[in-house]
Design a protein around this ligand. Structure first.
Ligand code: KIV
Length: 279
């Protein structure tokens, strides 16, 4: 009896890592209207720099397949690539919340998704996993197992071979209604965060207002609860063409740190994205 009390107290008094942001902090930011800054990260050096600049969330995105590995798409990225890069990022971060992508074909069933999410969290150190598309059953299953999930709607890069090219989604009335209803269903299924990629500002604004979970936009306008960019795009060092919704923050900056800090401040002040970066 005394021992079990002591164990309970130990849990109650123990924080994960005192300075590490949690999903509760991100929800609180949405509630008070503070914008959430997010960047992709793939290695320890950038992880330390991004963290020191005050960025709230780091995403180990499967975009690493394009910007680090030089592929045309994100499809060749494996779960082992994601685990490796997540571990590198985890080593160096002190404060930022860490999300890792489940890559193509690693969440084909709830069980497969659970096995791969376990690897990203246990070995990679991720606090949350992200998956593309309206996979309600998978999300529900992961959440019931204690895996926090970030959903991703709009432009889905893992579906590029169905889409044909990277383009704005949700412009037609039927398409926008589907994205909106999928977003609500994903929240109901237990997703705790949503990324909206490359959709019209008005649609992203409506979804952000309707959901209680934080919505992070990329090419989705300034009204989202936060913004994410691919690090190499905003530093203008990618091998791929920079998308219209991104901005070169190295322009006028004296260092990479200054560029990342300028992005963080621009997101917080709602100065990024501006009209030229939205649809
Ligand atoms: O892989 C990635 O970097 C992403 C962002 C573009 C949101 O999913």
């Amino acid at each position: 009896m005394v021992l079990s009390c002591l164990i309970d107290m130990t849990y109650l008094n123990h924080e994960l890592t005192p300075s590490l942001l949690t999903i509760n902090d991100l929800v609180a930011m949405k509630q008070v209207g503070e914008k959430i800054s997010c960047l992709t990260a793939y290695d320890a050096s950038f992880s330390a720099l991004i963290d020191a600049a005050g960025i709230d969330v780091m995403l180990v995105g499967d975009s690493l397949g394009m910007v680090m590995q030089g592929h045309d798409t994100t499809l060749p990225v494996t779960i082992n690539d994601m685990i490796y890069h997540s571990r590198c990022v985890t080593q160096a971060r002190k404060r930022a919340f860490l999300i890792a992508d489940l890559p193509f074909m690693t969440y084909t069933t709830p069980i497969v998704a659970a096995e791969n999410a376990a690897q990203l969290m246990q070995v990679g150190g991720a606090q949350m996993v992200k998956l593309e598309g309206p996979h309600f059953e998978v999300v529900r299953f992961l959440v019931n197992l204690g895996v926090p999930v970030c959903a991703h709607l709009g432009l889905l890069p893992q579906s590029i071979n169905q889409l044909g090219r990277y383009k704005v989604q949700g412009k037609a009335p039927g398409e926008s209604a589907k994205i909106k209803s999928d977003a609500l269903k994903l929240q109901e299924a237990g997703a705790s965060l949503l990324v909206l990629e490359c959709i019209p500002t008005e649609l992203a604004q409506e979804i952000t207002a309707e959901l209680s979970i934080p919505v992070i936009g990329i090419g989705a306008g300034v009204e989202c609860d936060g913004q994410v960019l691919v690090l190499y795009d905003m530093l203008d060092i990618g091998v791929c063409k920079r998308p219209r919704f991104s901005k070169n923050f190295m322009k006028g900056a004296d260092s990479i740190f200054d560029a990342v800090f300028a992005y963080h401040q621009a997101v917080k002040a709602q100065q990024f994205p501006s009209i030229e970066h939205t649809f």
